[in-house]
Design a protein around this ligand. Sequence first.
Ligand code: AMP
Length: 468
Amino acid sequence: MTTFNEFGLAEPINRALVEEKYLTPTPIQAQTIPTVLQGRDVIGIAQTGTGKTAAFALPILNHLYTKRLRPAQKSCRVLVLSPTRELSGQISDSFRAYGRHMRPLEVALAIGGVPINRQVRSLARGAEVLVATPGRLLDLVNQRALRLDQVEILVLDEADRMLDMGFIHDIKRVVAMLPKQRQTLFFSATMPQEITRLADSMLTDPVRVSVTPQASTAERVAQRVILTDKASKPALLAELLKSEAVERVLVFTRTKHGADKVVRSLEKSGFAADAIHGNKSQNQRERVLADFRAGKVRILIATDIAARGIDVDGVSHVFNYDLPNIPESYVHRIGRTARAGAEGIAISFCDHEEAPFLRDIERMIRMTIPSTNRRTGGRPNPVAAEADGRPNGRPHNRGNHPRGNNGGRGQQRGRNGGGGQGRPNQNQGGQQAPRQEATSGEPSGIGNVTFIQRSGEPRRNAGHRAPR
Ligand code: AMP
């Protein structure tokens, strides 16, 4: 499918797409739109940024256009459940944009964190489309401002995030109120077992569609975490510098003081190292960086802020001496290796106090980083399963792994589910998402999907919450 015209969508929708300057359907759209138009249930494995909103919104609008019915009071014909206020707002905006030439078209939004009265009013006369977060939706139902027995199409978006955010019971309650005779479209970026079970309970003979995300930084870098004690970090670093085939290494610390301490401890162990951080003058920083680039200094210790401008090829390793408390910093840090498509190695030290940081990072990058336990005991270990010794981190259950050949490295598809408690380190068989196509070698399997980044929007932000 190379143009939107080929879908046979109604003229007002095609006109809106021309105005939106959408020329070519994205892979998830090419797969999903014809299936939804046939009235089939869909289970879609795709992330935000793949164009999945239009993949469900366009055929839904077509249904509303071709089957014109006045929505009953206090009800909706299409219900879209999404985990966050932000995403819900974006989805309703998309429906309005693609449906701008359709009259009448009431697109209502029911999200928490704002007064409910306006939402009650907007539903009084009924809506064609209601986009809602689960908590607020149930509040509206409980207030008798909304009935769900007229819903013709249900969309569940970002099901895995719903689960992470503890919405599963709310979703089950909502689904129990819907007519059994309906079309259901179910989207999730990952398909852990609990999501598969939820989908099975909601869908009838669904068609599966999935797309492969572009390999992100996190997927290109071989990652490991060593669970250690704070006091053991200097010795551990020295040990790794001997045992690893380190060409050029960036060692990250959280503080400037920490960076200087690492330099001193390495010097004691016989390693020449330099630090770059905010307390150094611009001249000093430039000299240190030039030495690092030229290979005169092989080991550079850096803080997050100072490292921002560092763009040096040939960094074989990134060591996170301290884990960053901001998950995004982790991705920036490890992105210093694996430049220009080359694979790099990132090894992180994680002491007891840093365990929550590790959980946040894993949630954000959606993968469990293989870990080795070098802790000496004493305090209980906050992470459940360790010492798997696998040399490479691989994504959580992404829809489809982009590599057919992973060089014999262990793949890890376990999901750090249940709100990030526990650390599965087993390959949880049977949880893999279906493959769209067999891929072999690399990078040929990468990039059968267009990722479209909304400006100013983080691709995935595990920190969203959708208060009632
Ligand atoms: P989504 O994955 O639904 O969040 O979409 C990501 C972004 O891609 C949104 O800003 C859409 O407006 C845009 N988009 C969706 N489909 C297309 C398309 N076929 N061509 C160009 N842009 C698109």
